[in-house]
Design a protein around this ligand. Structure first.
Ligand code: SF4
Length: 64
């Protein structure tokens, strides 16, 4: 899975960090940081993050 984020859209809600902590982190302002843009684990957490992100700031290039 290829993951991309648009941090400028992020509202710092933190769901993605709770759902896939190996893929997402938050900076000191609470804005999302992408730790792994090609995760091979925690894929369901990434998919759920895409679904629940209130800012729609997370994208995947494929659903593999
Ligand atoms: S779920 Fe969306 S809005 Fe919340 S921290 Fe992650 S990217 Fe930002």
């Amino acid at each position: 899975m290829q993951v991309t984020i648009e941090p400028e859209r992020c509202v710092g809600s933190g769901q993605c960090v709770m759902l896939a902590p190996s893929v997402f982190d938050q900076d000191d302002d609470g804005i999302v940081v992408l730790l792994d843009d090609k995760p091979t684990t925690a894929l369901e957490g990434v998919r759920e993050s895409i679904r629940v992100c209130p800012a729609r700031a997370i994208f995947s290039a494929d659903e593999a």
